[in-house]
Design a protein around this ligand. Structure first.
Ligand code: SF4
Length: 411
């Protein structure tokens, strides 16, 4: 194999990292201006955006250490039987790239994942070495997110948590059965054990000794996981049910949903079913409702008989349309739990409503000034000077929000 320079490796290994959903720019459309006809590019630089624990949007160098892999997960472009260009960074190269990019102000951190080379332990040991060098030799204070390898020795995962801000361990697919079929070298029980170990280790780090000393810092930004959606036949009820168990069992900060991208390769083992990225987006919205709006999985997935979310409208609106008997709600009297269920009201708007109405009654214009999305909310609320009348029950209410049906192409 001809020797590659650093920029060639970066091109391959940042492109391969696109499938790790952990950043705001994951899954974006390919746009490129290297032909000179435009400005900017969504490709090739290896830099993505993610949200730091304090809510800031930060730029990360997002790369794989290598896209060589000894495993053969059917949904993965980097699997051993896939016919893609391969590359591998050394520990030194990744340290050097991170520091160079950081010094030039291109990035504020590193997101590092990897295919499995030699063995899970050998791969994880290299990743730990990178994080350790960055922290202890280069004194790198930026953000580090490491994808850990569940089959690696627990001591290595533990070391990773001492240097990384966030650890993630992928559950891969929504059910154990799917993991067994599509990622036969992986073991769902091992994945859960590794996630449980990270949770336990993090809890120990948060405790104080009898002298009041805190334990060693361990993954302060917590752990997350990723689930591929659309590679197996799991519906959204199954996916969200699995997520809610994971949030509860492992105190996850985030479940990332990654729409399965079919692999244009004769060796692909899966049928080419491409769920649109809109499904990924609706799952994130539903996930948000479960975590911050008091909904449960059964409620958000009861809208369609097949247990999938409505792709045309957001899940909160879909639920409200199906439960019109609970609306309209009076913004001057309704409980917080019910206000949170009004389409177009976010948690911030509900907070503003609750604090303002202690002093005065609220009118439609007040809600407008607070920033409520009244185009959505107005059919579901009553305020001083506003009643939706027959709008709440009107037969064409859904059609006002759903995109118009498209004529299917005949060609
Ligand atoms: S172990 Fe990871 S990189 Fe390797 S084939 Fe499976 S998903 Fe892809």
């Amino acid at each position: 194999m001809p020797r590659m320079d650093l920029s060639q490796k970066l091109a391959i290994l940042s492109d391969a990292a696109r499938y790790d959903a952990s950043c705001a720019s994951s899954g974006t459309a390919r746009r490129d201006s290297r032909d000179g006809k435009g400005l900017g590019s969504t490709e090739g630089s290896g830099i993505c955006h993610a949200y730091a624990p304090d809510g800031r949007c930060i730029s990360l160098l997002k790369i794989l250490m290598t896209n060589f892999c000894i495993y053969d997960c059917a949904y993965c472009i980097n699997r051993v039987s896939s016919n893609v260009a391969r590359a591998r960074f050394s520990v030194d190269e990744i340290v050097q790239l991170t520091i160079e990019f950081y010094r030039r102000n291109y990035i504020e951190g590193l997101f590092l994942s990897s295919g499995i080379i030699r063995s899970p332990d050998a791969t994880m040991a290299d990743m730990v070495r990178i994080a350790q060098r960055l922290r202890e030799v280069e004194r790198f204070r930026g953000y580090i997110h490491l994808k850990t390898i569940p089959d690696a020795a627990p001591e290595l995962v533990e070391q990773a948590g001492l240097y990384a801000d966030r650890l993630s361990i992928n559950v891969e697919l929504p059910t154990d059965r799917s993991v067994q079929v599509y990622a036969p070298e992986k073991n769902p029980a091992t994945i859960r054990k590794a996630m449980g170990d990270v949770r336990a280790r993090k809890e120990v780090a948060g405790e104080r000794s009898y002298r009041g000393k805190r334990g060693k810092r361990f993954a302060p930004a917590g752990q997350s996981t990723q689930m591929i959606v659309g590679a197996d036949g799991a519906n959204d009820a199954t996916i969200l049910g699995q997520s809610s168990r994971l949030y509860g069992d492992y105190k996850l900060r985030r479940v990332y949903y990654s729409a399965f991208s079919p692999i244009p390769d004769a060796t692909a083992k899966l049928p080419l079913i491409k769920p649109p990225l809109v499904r990924e987006h609706r799952l994130y919205q539903a996930d948000w409702l479960l975590r911050f709006y008091g909904f449960d999985v059964g409620e958000v997935t009861a809208v369609r008989p097949d247990g999938n979310l409505d792709l045309d409208i957001d899940p909160k609106l879909a639920w409200a349309l199906q439960n019109r008997g609970l609306f309209p709600v009076d913004v001057n009297r309704a409980a917080k739990e019910m206000l949170l269920r009004v389409p177009g009201f976010g948690t911030r708007i509900v907070g503003r409503i609750l604090s303002s109405r202690r002093h005065r009654r609220l009118r439609y214009d007040d809600l407008l000034r607070m920033g409520a999305l009244l185009k959505k909310a107005k059919a579901f609320i009553i305020a001083d000077g506003w009643s939706p009348g027959a709008l709440t029950d009107s037969a064409d209410l859904r059609a006002r929000f759903a995109p118009p049906p498209e004529q299917l192409s005949l060609f």
